[in-house]
Design a protein around this ligand. Structure first.
Ligand SMILES: [Zn+2]
Length: 386
């Protein structure tokens, strides 16, 4: 089965590349609802054609989500993909898809339309190789379990609409497989930092900077002191970083600033560090008498911590990869994904099972085409084994 599986997928490498091209050209920025919805429609047609009845979950603010189930058994595995990209419609016209030296370049190819292609070909492989539920070869395999494929439309903007859906599916699942791009060394991601975002607003009092400076309370001066306090919350040893990415305030050089605000991004690897940050941010107090400080925000994605359960899932995946002829290192990253949500619920999560390549969110983004068949084979073996 193993060699047949790999041979089947390797034999369809060109079709996989063609399908990736098609999906990249069907642009789907998170913030363009019509575009994401038409991507979802095309994906729905493909899934229906493969014999898994997809369900379209209508989005309210963001685009539609697509859910498809394979098998009817009780033990569930969740497979997570996102359809949206960070690229606006028109990007493909500026930077058409091209294949060069075995790499496919294109906006959103690596993050993460190649992952979607992997799920489609995993389904095709199961069907073509007689491992489909209800068939002779698939009966034993699928009597106990089922796979929920969830394709979301708002991952790149923090998953505001899809998060409840992801969490509801995850709590019913014995494992979550996330088809985000692989790590730098082609590995899977066992840990990801969490993200917390805050807006810090200061209200002071305007006054003439020359005639009545003592009547004013400078919001800009106050905010600068707050920024120093906030930066001091970083903890490099624990991997906790802070970025005051945006700052604005004041009106003119000769006016004591009445207001100022900053936007802050924290990344932390553990829940304990996240809790410390949230507590410290809510404990901030103004230095200047009369200044008013308002801090809003909090944790967006909790950290995905390395756990014994995820280690165990990783060891299984690595053994399967080795039996398919390639190694699968364990890696981690400061970037968050929907895997943060599933891992935080205690569901064993393996992230970064998607494409090998590089340059996510940059114009140099590419997918190494030779890796597509074997990454897809690994996905099939995981679905069969977990
Ligand atoms: Zn992604």
């Amino acid at each position: 089965m193993k060699s047949r599986l790999l041979a089947y997928l390797a034999g369809h490498r060109e079709e996989m590349a063609e399908e990736l091209r098609e999906l990249v050209e069907l642009e789907s920025p998170s913030t363009d609802r019509a575009a994401v919805d038409s991507f979802a429609r095309r994906l729905t047609e493909k899934l229906a054609g493969l014999g898994v009845q997809p369900e379209v979950i209508r989005g309210r603010e963001q685009g539609d989500q697509v859910r498809a189930v394979l098998g009817e058994g009780e033990h569930r595995i969740l497979v997570l993909c996102h359809m949206d990209t960070v690229w606006p419609v028109g990007e493909v016209a500026r930077r058409p898809v091209r294949v060069e030296g075995g790499r496919l370049y294109g906006p959103g190819a690596y993050d993460m339309k190649a992952g979607i292609v992997q799920t489609l070909w995993a389904l095709r492989a199961l069907r073509e190789l007689g491992r489909w539920p209800g068939t002779e070869g698939g009966r034993d395999l699928w009597s106990q379990k089922s796979v929920v494929f969830l394709y979301t439309s708002d991952e790149e903007i923090g998953s505001p609409s899809s998060r409840p859906l992801i969490e509801a599916e995850a709590t019913r699942s014995r494992g979550a497989l996330v088809l985000e791009p692989a790590g730098r060394n082609g590995g899977v991601k066992l840990w990801r930092k969490g993200v917390a975002g805050f807006r810090v607003r200061v209200e002071g009092r305007a006054a003439h900077a020359g005639a009545d400076p003592e009547r004013g309370i400078s919001a800009v001066h106050e905010l600068c002191r707050q920024v120093l306090d906030i930066c001091a919350l970083a903890n490099p040893e624990a991997g906790t970083t802070v970025n005051v990415g945006v700052i604005r305030g004041g009106s003119r050089p000769n006016v004591v600033a009445a207001e100022a605000e900053a936007e802050v991004d924290f990344r932390a690897g553990t829940s304990a560090e996240m809790d410390r940050i949230v507590a410290a941010m809510s404990a901030l107090r103004p230095h200047a008498g009369g200044a008013v400080l308002r801090v809003t925000g909090g944790v967006n994605r909790p950290p995905m911590e390395r756990t014994a359960a995820s280690e165990q899932l990783y060891r299984l995946a690595r053994d399967l990869a080795l039996s398919l002829g390639f190694d699968l290192p364990a890696e981690g990253t400061g970037g968050a994904s929907d895997g943060n949500f599933t891992a935080h619920l205690g569901v064993p999560t393996l992230d970064g099972l998607g494409a090998v390549g590089d340059g996510g969110h940059s114009p140099d983004e590419y997918v190494v085409l030779d890796h597509l068949p074997r990454r897809t084979a690994l996905l099939v073996r995981l679905l069969e084994t977990i």
